[in-house]
Design a protein around this ligand. Structure first.
Ligand code: SAM
Length: 195
């Protein structure tokens, strides 16, 4: 099943399904055009309209695109379960209530497809955001990262993500990456499971 998936984001969505439960609180740290936000909402929303997705992006255009996609795809009750924030993901703790149990923090790094390619995630703030995600993630939760290496700065960002993952305590974290060995520039899904 895994190897039938062509895109790194599809592989990430498949892994999320095995971790996220109805009623959960999750964070889309780079909501972009909203496809990941919508996939998360479909995992967390239950019949009583519990569950919550905090969707963050540094670009207003991205939040507008996400909002439009949600408008087209969800009923008003479901849409209310998504909270949009125009902030840097390193500030995610300002968006999420202090006592929230966060099951998933997902990063889809790089630039907004169809948008300004100069506005990309940067290693320094990505690292700060990973540290914030580590602080707020519940046991049994997942930090999911899709890293793009085809644009300038992408390889450096991959190194920063790998180095962060490599320092996580082996007793509490299972960290893995899925690299396409015959597609050297393919996006790389990385999963950090907290025991
Ligand atoms: N998840 C999105 C989707 O499903 O359409 C795609 C995300 S796109 C590859 C990367 C996004 O990260 C862009 O929309 C960009 O504006 C955003 N971004 C860049 N730097 C950021 C930061 N420091 N904090 C939050 N978002 C950021």
């Amino acid at each position: 099943y895994l190897f039938g998936k062509k895109r790194a984001t599809d592989i990430a969505h498949m892994v999320w399904k095995h971790v996220v439960q109805k009623g959960d609180t999750v964070i889309d740290a780079t909501c972009g055009n909203g496809f990941d936000t919508l996939a998360m909402l479909n995992l967390v929303a239950d019949d009583s309209h519990n569950g919550c997705v905090y969707a963050l992006d540094i670009q207003k255009d991205a939040l507008d695109n996400t909002s439009l996609l949600l408008e087209e795809s969800l009923n008003p009750n479901e849409k209310q379960l998504v909270k949009l924030f125009n902030i840097c993901h390193s500030k995610m703790e300002n968006a999420v209530p202090r006592n929230a149990s966060v099951r998933l923090v997902a990063f889809n790094l790089g630039y907004l497809p169809g948008g300004d390619k100069e506005i990309i995630t940067r290693s320094k703030t990505t690292l700060l955001a990973l540290e914030a995600a580590k602080r707020i993630l519940m046991p049994g939760g997942l930090i999911s990262i899709v890293v793009y290496v085809g644009h300038p700065g992408g390889r450096e960002e991959l190194e920063v993500v790998e180095s962060f993952a490599g320092r996580l305590c082996v007793e509490n974290w299972i960290c893995c990456k899925l690299q396409m060995l015959n597609r050297p520039c393919a996006p790389i899904p990385i999963f950090l499971f907290k025991r």
